[in-house]
Design a protein around this ligand. Structure first.
Ligand SMILES: [Zn+2]
Length: 379
């Protein structure tokens, strides 16, 4: 069925070691090939298991030492190889030395990538003003270690390199902490302020904790703000983000936003071009339990607001669910096999089937890769 499979590349893909072009090809293949998908799940499981092995944190100077030694080894071997060539210019020896050099360079390269992926810190760059890490000023560049806080005042900005999978710009008046960096999970905590994230990893590798929900990257770019009361606002500019607590989850595509509040968790996602009155009614419904606001939400919903209506199904009471159903069905009749009783009873298979029919409208300007991620979310 396929000219080639990508089994040998799956480990490198999971580790984020492929070039963007290769990663895109593997991602497209995984979307279409069940055999490779199964193998990829096993690969990720293996990585997770390996990570649960006991480990001790190595001091920074050891990492520096390993990198320096690798560079010395590689360049030293190259010199020896050229000396051999000078003294013994026979074809066989030259080839042998060249082969040894290439092999060593490959080994060194692999080890270097592994070391890089496993580093217990992220690089931080000063963009403006005087950002602080662990309460100390940084020079133009610094390191953010696991457990440390990065803080910007009103006149400071910084940029964080997220392992080898993305970048985070930190706006003024922001406090952010590196919680975890492992091959299968990179996690920040945003206590207050604003950050912009651009992530080019497979979905669900990068997370940001906020006081009331976790933002899980699904391959995307987004802005996340947290105010002094711990309330959050997520804007997605490309791809998708899931905003979640254990009890609730909101899937937010490009062009949409979602609020979150302590005690309530994520609200219902909405497209940002929705009229202000619609968004305000939704916020009252989500966070003030203002039952009457549902009327305004239902009346104000546009065709593309099926994103909001579909999420509302699982968030309102049974009586109201029937009304949401009617409004949603008026925009987009449910597919065959999806019944009113099933939706009102929160039948998960039926909710999924309906969503599959709706999502084409939510994905308007998003990329094929984003569509793939979206489809994979609910499997
Ligand atoms: Zn395959």
């Amino acid at each position: 069925m396929f000219a080639r499979h990508y089994r040998r590349h799956l480990s490198a893909y999971a580790h984020g070691e492929l070039s963007p072009g290769e990663a895109t090809r593997v991602a497209a293949h995984l979307d279409a090939c069940a055999a490779c998908r199964t193998e990829f799940e096993e690969t990720k499981l293996g990585i997770r298991l390996a990570e649960t092995l006991p480990s001790v944190a190595a001091p920074d100077h050891i990492w520096d030492g390993i990198e320096a030694a690798l560079v010395r080894e590689t360049t030293g071997e190259r010199k020896r190889a050229s000396r051999l060539q000078t003294f013994f210019p026979s074809r066989r020896r030259t080839l042998g030395a060249a082969f040894a050099t290439v092999l060593l360079a490959l080994l060194a390269g692999g080890a270097w990538l592994y070391v890089r992926a496993q580093r217990p810190w992220w690089e931080v760059a000063r963009v403006e003003g005087a950002p602080r890490v662990a309460s100390g000023l940084i020079d133009d560049r610094g390191r953010l270690r696991v457990g440390e806080w990065l803080e910007t005042d009103a006149a400071s900005r910084a940029e964080i390199s997220v392992a080898n999978i993305g970048q985070v710009e930190v706006e003024p008046n922001t406090r952010v902490r590196l919680v975890e960096t492992r091959l299968t999970e990179h996690r920040l905590e945003l206590e207050r302020g604003t950050l912009h994230a651009r992530i080019w990893a497979p979905p669900r590798l990068f997370f940001v904790n906020t006081p009331s929900a976790v933002a899980a990257d699904l391959g995307c770019a987004y802005t996340l703000e947290v105010d002094d009361a711990g309330r959050g606002l997520l804007h997605v500019t490309s791809g998708y983000v899931a905003l979640e607590t254990e009890a609730r989850s909101a899937i937010v595509p490009a062009g949409a936003a979602c609020m979150t509040q302590p005690g309530a968790g994520p609200g219902t996602p909405f497209f940002e071009d929705a009229p202000a009155a619609f968004v305000e009614s939704l916020a009252r419904l989500d966070f003030e339990n203002d039952h009457a606001s549902l009327d305004a939400v239902l009346a104000g919903a546009r065709g593309k607001d099926t994103l909001t209506l579909w999420h509302l199904l699982a968030r309102v009471g049974r009586e109201d669910r029937a009304r949401v159903y009617e409004r949603l069905a008026a925009f987009a009749p449910p597919p065959e096999g999806v019944t009113r009783d099933g939706i009102v009873g929160l039948d998960h298979a039926m909710l999924d089937a309906w969503k599959t029919g709706l999502e084409v409208n939510w994905l308007g300007e998003s990329t094929p890769a984003a569509r793939r991620v979206w489809r994979g979310l609910w499997r």
